[in-house]
Design a protein around this ligand. Structure first.
Ligand SMILES: C[S@@+](CC[C@H](N)C(=O)[O-])C[C@H]1O[C@@H](n2cnc3c(N)ncnc32)[C@H](O)[C@@H]1O
Length: 304
């Protein structure tokens, strides 16, 4: 694994250091983590969270009976794993196809009364106060993984080996609907994520946690420091930044780390190197942890 230096531009002001943790989350491959549990159709979603990572976050930052929300729910990994750990889960997903698949997947994975613990709602995370209006101020934990501000698509390995596109054009960016944040880049992406984090702050109870999973990506030799951007946007939305965890995409074998990058990741690095870009494999995701302060600075000042 190589590390990417954080660009100076992200450190606009000094902040107290936060604890750094490392979680190895691919002792088993992503495919094995889902095999026999998730509906096979879930493979069609191009950007799923690792089940092991979702479980780790839920275990660390919530307790049985708590309410967990994922505003960008995809196939519902967070909800399924949370329900299996005795939490209630509500997810929001914009794309009707993924929302329907998430519901089918929950039916498939959760039996009997556990099924009632998890719910998916089709809607726009930028309008979270509408979609989750009944839950405002009651959520204990928000866990989410946003689109990464770069191309994502369903990989068709066979077509690519035969000389075709790696991802069929109609599978790019989660949806053909341009309103899907999978299509947003640059300032439009930042503005949308700022709205979503502000909405997450509103649905959380005071003291509740927001945990965001991102991956720094590279395009034309430049790193998009999504973890740094997430911290900036989270703090601007009113959250306190509590900690940073490296979710290591590596297995530990006889004391050594064996990288388990995705096929997508490996392919992108190969392409970049073929163009002469000195790209390295990124074998981790960044988990940034925030909390909603128990009182706002205005309230604190008033109390004094
Ligand atoms: C990185 S994926 C999340 C995957 C999810 N963690 C899982 O394991 O399936 C991001 C998801 O956000 C959805 N999305 C994009 N824009 C959205 C919006 N405005 N509101 C709700 N969902 C949105 C995409 O369709 C995509 O499924």
């Amino acid at each position: 694994m190589t590390t990417t230096p954080t660009p100076r531009t992200t450190c606009r002001r000094a902040r107290p250091e936060v604890p750094l943790g490392v979680w190895p989350v691919t002792q088993r491959t992503a495919q094995w983590q889902r095999a026999g549990r998730y509906l096979p159709a879930c493979a069609r979603h191009p950007g799923k969270m690792l089940p092991e990572l979702a479980r780790r976050i839920v275990a660390e930052y919530s307790a049985p009976g708590d309410l967990v929300v994922d505003p960008l729910a995809g196939i519902g990994t967070t909800l399924a794993e949370a329900a299996l750990m005795g939490r209630r889960g509500v997810g929001v997903e914009l794309d009707p196809r993924w929302a329907a698949l998430a519901a089918d997947n929950l039916d498939h994975m959760l039996e009997g009364p556990i099924r009632r613990l998890a719910e998916i709602r089709q809607g726009d995370a930028r309008r979270l106060d509408d979609v989750l209006g009944d839950l405002v101020g009651t959520v204990d934990l928000v866990v989410t993984s946003p689109p990464y501000g770069c191309d994502a698509g369903m990989i068709d390995k066979q077509a690519w080996i035969a000389g075709g596109r790696l991802c069929p054009a109609d599978t790019l960016n989660y949806s053909t609907d341009k309103a899907n944040l999978g299509h947003a880049r640059g300032p439009a992406y930042e503005a949308a994520m700022a709205e979503i984090y502000a909405a997450c702050c509103a649905v959380l109870r005071p003291g509740g946690h927001l945990v965001v999973v991102t991956k720094n990506t590279r395009r034309e030799g430049r790193t998009l420091d999504l973890a740094g951007l997430t911290v900036t946007l989270g703090e601007a939305a009113g959250f306190g930044y509590l900690g940073h965890v490296i979710a290591l995409h590596a297995a530990i074998r006889d004391g050594d780390l064996v990288a388990r990058p995705s096929y997508w990741q490996t392919t992108q690095v190969r392409h970049a190197r073929a163009k002469g870009e000195p790209a390295h494999l990124v074998a981790h995701e960044d988990v940034t942890v925030f909390h909603r302060p128990t009182s706002t600075s205005k309230e604190t000042a008033h109390a004094r």
